[in-house]
Design a protein around this ligand. Structure first.
Ligand code: GDP
Ligand code: ADP
Length: 211
């Protein structure tokens, strides 16, 4: 009883409820998140993950990801610095405890972009986020978007498509996600996303106006 009370109190003290975004590579997570953070830059903060994959043209170290070697990342994980970590398409990805704390210290809604293993792992922590799934309208559209993005080799593209098929199946589990958004038309998907987050956005705006 007391434990539950203190756990809730600690969660409330940590600031607004974080939001986890998941969905297949190429579904449009980054596109939607960047749009959201541009419109509400004083409301949301991005949890900058670590990865062993190489930066893509235009990506910035410390902004999109912290780009590290496998050795450095494994040593940090072994030290207990990570909240969760996973292997995706031949690379390591993970959320450091500091990445989330940095955002929460500013009283912003912390956004996490995670694969399905990340979703499962975070479900076992006391972060208590809202879970949003971003889905493509079809596998064919997903493949076209990934090809047109021109960021992947044929091998990496195939790995992403294989993972997408598996994750789309796993993602159908009832109750896993609070909201599922089909990203067909971008503006419609963005409207749906804002609608889903409106209550949390208004809470943060009220707090920042009163302080
Ligand atoms: N578990 C976990 N997954 C992550 C993390 N950061 C990114 N991902 C996921 O890793 C996958 C690959 O990300 P990325 O290489 O940026 O490719 P993209 O999704 O095709 O743009 C995506 O499904 C992301 O959601 C993390 O910190 N933890
Ligand atoms: N609704 C949409 N219609 C058409 N293209 C889109 C749409 N949403 C995203 N894209 C494009 O699809 C590609 C994959 O989107 P991205 O945001 O990189 O996906 P993710 O972060 O989920 O891997 C990008 O080139 C992006 O510009």
């Amino acid at each position: 009883m007391y434990m539950r009370f203190f756990s809730r109190l600690l969660t409330a003290m940590a600031g607004p409820r974080p939001v986890v975004f998941s969905g297949p590579s190429g579904a449009g997570k980054s596109t939607l998140l960047k749009k959201l953070m541009k419109e509400y830059d004083s409301v949301f903060g991005f949890s900058v993950s670590h990865t062993t994959r190489k930066p893509r043209p235009g990506e910035k170290n410390g902004k999109d990801y912290h780009y590290v070697t496998r050795e450095v990342m494994q040593a940090s994980i072994d030290k207990g610095d990570f909240m969760e970590n996973a292997e995706f398409s031949g690379n390591m990805y993970g959320t450091s405890k500091a990445a989330v704390q940095d955002v929460q210290a500013k009283n912003l809604i912390c956004i996490l972009d995670l694969d399905m293993q990340g979703v499962r792992n975070i479900k076992g922590t006391d972060l208590n986020p809202m879970y949003i799934s971003i889905q493509p309208p079809s596998m064919a559209v997903l493949e076209k978007r990934l090809r047109d993005r021109k960021t992947e080799s044929e091998e990496s593209l195939q790995k992403r498509l294989d993972a997408a098929e598996k994750d789309m199946e796993l993602g159908k589990e009832p109750g896993l996600f609070d909201v599922i958004i089909i990203n067909d038309n971008l503006e419609d998907a963005y409207g749906h996303l804002k609608q889903a987050l409106l209550e949390e956005i208004n809470k943060v705006k009220k707090i920042s106006m009163s302080s």
